[in-house]
Design a protein around this ligand. Structure first.
Ligand code: AMP
Length: 283
C-alpha cells in the first residue's frame, strides 16, 4: 500500500473500505493483533508480517472481555502515540485502534469458546479470559479478513487456542507463530514488564531461568515431571508461583512421563504484576 503512510483507523466500516480495493487488486493482507504498549516482541511480529504480506494491519485494542479483573483492565498500559511510531518504523500500513463501543456496541451474546484447551495452564487463574481472546480474535478475523495472522509463542496457550479455533471453524487464515523475543537476561518481553519496580524486575528472571533449567534437565535425559518440578522449585522461593507445568503441546494437558515434545509453561506474580512464559522442548 505505497500510497498510505500509517493510517490510524478507528471504525470497522472505514477499515473495510480501505481494504476492499487492496484485496480486489490481489494484495495479501497480514494482521498483527495487539493490545498496544508495543515493545520489541510486537515489533518482531510486525516486521515478519511486513516481509510476508502486501498490506500490514496492526490492531491495537485493549479488549475488555478478556480481563477478569477490572483493576488489571484499568491499569493496562495505553501508549497510542508511541505505538504509532513503532508501527510507522515497522512499515505498518494501517493501524486499527477501535474504541470498546465500536467493537461491542451491545452486550455480546455470541462467544467463541475452546474449553478443552482453556482449562489448563492460565485457565484456572483467569476465568473467561480465553473465551474473550478467542471471540475478539474471531471478530478481528471477520473485520480484516487477513490472509495471514501473526501470534507470539510467548502466549503459547493463546496460540494453541487460536489455531484450534481456525481449524474447527474453517477460518481461511494462516496462523503464523513467532518465537518469543527476550531481554538479554532471558526475561520475555511483555507490556506488563513496565509495571515492575527495579527490585521486582531483578526477581522476574527466575521464571525464564526455571524454564531453561527444566528444558536442560529434559535434554540431559530426565523424564519425570515430578523430579523436574522438585528440582526447579527453589528458584521460585522469592516470588509467588501461580503454576509451573509440563504439558502436551497440542492438548495442553499435564504430562507425567516425558516421552515426546512438551511445552513447559509458568506464571508468577510480582506484587500485582502477573508474568507468563514458556519454552518448547522438541524431543
Ligand atoms: P499483547 O499485546 O500482549 O496481546 O500481544 C500481542 C501479540 O504479541 C501476541 O500474539 C503476543 O503473543 C505477541 N507477543 C507479546 N510479547 C511477545 C514477545 N516477547 N515475543 C514475541 N511475541 C510476543
Amino acid at each position: 500500500m505505497a500510497d498510505l503512510v500509517v493510517a490510524l483507523i478507528k471504525e470497522i466500516a472505514a477499515l473495510r473500505k480501505l481494504l476492499a480495493p487492496q484485496r480486489t487488486a490481489g494484495k495479501t493482507v497480514g494482521l498483527v493483533p495487539t493490545m498496544g504498549a508495543l515493545h520489541a516482541g510486537h515489533r518482531r511480529l510486525l516486521e515478519i508480517a511486513r516481509a510476508e504480506t502486501d498490506v500490514v494491519v496492526a490492531s491495537i485494542f485493549v479488549n475488555p472481555t478478556q480481563f477478569n479483573r477490572a483493576e488489571d483492565l484499568d491499569h493496562y498500559p495505553r501508549t497510542l502515540d508511541q505505538d504509532l511510531d513503532v508501527c510507522r518504523a515497522a512499515g505498518v500500513d494501517l493501524v486499527f485502534a477501535p474504541r470498546a463501543a465500536e467493537m461491542y456496541p451491545q452486550e455480546p451474546r455470541t462467544w467463541v469458546d475452546v474449553p478443552a484447551l482453556s482449562e489448563h495452564l492460565c485457565g484456572p487463574g483467569r476465568p473467561g479470559h480465553f473465551r474473550g481472546v478467542a471471540t475478539v480474535v474471531m471478530k478481528l478475523f471477520q473485520i480484516v479478513q487477513p490472509d495471514r495472522a501473526y501470534f507470539g509463542e510467548k502466549d503459547a496457550q493463546q496460540l494453541a487456542i487460536i489455531r484450534r479455533m481456525v481449524k474447527d471453524l474453517d477460518v481461511p487464515v494462516a496462523v503464523v507463530p513467532v518465537a518469543t523475543v527476550r531481554e538479554p537476561d532471558g526475561l520475555a518481553m511483555s507490556s506488563r514488564n513496565r509495571h515492575l519496580t527495579p527490585e521486582e524486575r531483578r526477581r522476574a528472571i527466575v521464571l525464564s531461568q526455571a524454564l531453561f533449567a527444566a528444558r536442560d534437565l529434559i535434554l540431559r535425559g530426565e523424564r519425570s515431571t515430578t523430579a523436574i518440578r522438585t528440582s526447579v522449585a527453589p528458584l521460585f522461593d522469592a516470588v509467588q508461583l501461580e503454576y509451573f507445568s509440563i504439558v502436551d503441546p497440542k492438548s495442553l494437558s499435564p504430562v507425567e512421563r516425558i516421552e515426546g515434545p512438551v511445552l513447559i509453561a509458568g506464571a508468577i506474580w510480582l506484587g500485582s504484576t502477573r508474568l507468563i512464559d514458556n519454552v518448547m522442548v522438541a524431543l
